[in-house]
Write a protein that binds this ligand. Structure first.
Ligand code: FA5
Length: 346
């Protein structure tokens, strides 16, 4: 009996020396020290022993079991840490690899241009106002001195919106100028110095120069002694800050029903310095906005008495100005959602 225990100890230790993995160890445990293993089976023969030999057998059995368990535990912890080590090595992150570049978003060039314009006018003391994009015919045309059938309405081809009120035509605003009336009717009788940026819509064929939807920035100044000199000073200052410090500005007579007199403002072509090139169509000048002194009828419609008050207004297109600054040959790029175009404007 005692020899059998010795034999088990010897063989179990030899087998343990060959264990390479946690799986091997589990199999070893089943075979040798587990509930149905060789050691447990040998212990059952204690009943066949002479009672006087039983304590010695018990002691021997206990000593072997403890020795095997200790060796098994030591090996198990070694195998576990080796397995963990291997796992960490396999899952290791190579921190020397270059990172993947994040795709950083950018502001749309129209937004950048709008912000630049707003910033320049804010520095000159202008407030920024927002006005509605869906307008009544009254605000878009009539109150701006263009009654029904006025020929000047042809200047703006219009999108009409279905309206529940048969008396009132509803349009997508063709320009930001109706905002002038909203501001005047809200602030009257205070002096006014605001800009109104926003989207406009025109039912015209889309071309390299004209979109169906585009932005405008309207400006309106109303005060007691506002003259054409204020208009010229403000807009020349704007042109210098927007384009170039020493840019030359010229004012050409023009016509808008809501201003009198009306002008169009050009800057000297910064591509050719006034010599004449493809961008300025050989004229040496680039048009940047329309403007004029607010028409007395419009002042009256806004609640200001033209005998006491005067003012000037202007309207510009940020997309067209951006086209000039960056020599962009087609306005359709702005809203075609082509990343190759948009990502150039960091
Ligand atoms: C107007 O819309 C006037 N309301 C401007 C104004 C305001 C004059 C206040 C006097 C006083 P005009 O149609 O020229 O004017 O448009 C003004 C600017 O909007 C143009 O100079 C141009 O930059 C831009 N614009 C006009 N139509 C388009 C279009 N289809 N696509 C892109 N930009 C346009």
């Amino acid at each position: 009996m005692f020899e059998q225990l010795d034999q088990i100890e010897k063989e179990a230790k030899a087998a343990l020396a060959n264990v390479q993995s946690l799986d091997d160890l589990a199999a070893w445990r089943t075979q040798w020290t587990g509930k149905k293993g060789s050691l447990a089976q040998a212990s059952q023969s204690i009943g066949k022993l002479d009672p006087k030999d039983r304590p010695a057998f018990g002691q021997r059995f206990g000593a072997i079991k403890q020795a095997l368990s200790e060796q098994e535990a030591t090996l198990e912890s070694r195998l576990q840490s080796a397995a963990l080590h291997q796992e960490l090595e396999e899952d290791a992150v190579d921190i020397s690899l270059p990172g993947r570049a994040a795709n950083i978003g950018r502001l749309h060039p129209s937004t950048q241009s709008l912000r630049r314009i707003q910033h320049i006018f804010a520095e000159m003391g202008f407030q920024v106002w927002e006005s509605r994009e869906v307008e009544s015919d009254e605000y878009n045309f009539e109150l701006l001195n263009m009654p029904a059938h006025h020929p000047a309405r042809d200047m703006w081809d219009t999108f009409y919106v279905q309206s529940d009120d048969p008396q009132q035509k509803v349009v997508l605003r063709t320009h930001t100028s109706p905002g002038q009336i909203h501001v005047m009717r809200t602030l009257n009788p205070e002096p006014i110095r605001v800009i109104l940026p926003g989207k406009c819509y025109r039912y015209e064929p889309v071309s390299a120069r004209s979109e169906m939807m585009f932005h405008q920035v309207e400006g309106l100044v109303i005060g007691r002694n506002i003259t054409m000199a204020d208009l010229k000073g403000t807009l020349a200052n704007f042109a210098r800050r927007m384009f170039k410090d020493d840019v030359k500005v010229r004012y050409r007579p023009s016509y808008f029903p809501f201003t009198e007199p009306s002008v169009e403002v050009d800057i000297e072509c910064f591509i050719c310095g006034g010599e004449g090139c493809r961008i300025c169509k050989k004229s040496g000048w680039l048009e940047i906005l329309g403007a004029g002194m607010v028409h007395p009828t419009v002042l009256r419609n806004g609640g200001y008495d033209p005998a006491e008050w005067s003012g000037f207004a202007f309207g510009m297109g940020p997309e067209r100005q951006t086209m000039l600054r960056y020599d962009i040959d087609d306005i359709r790029w702005f809203f075609s959602n082509d990343g190759r175009f948009l990502e150039q404007f960091g």
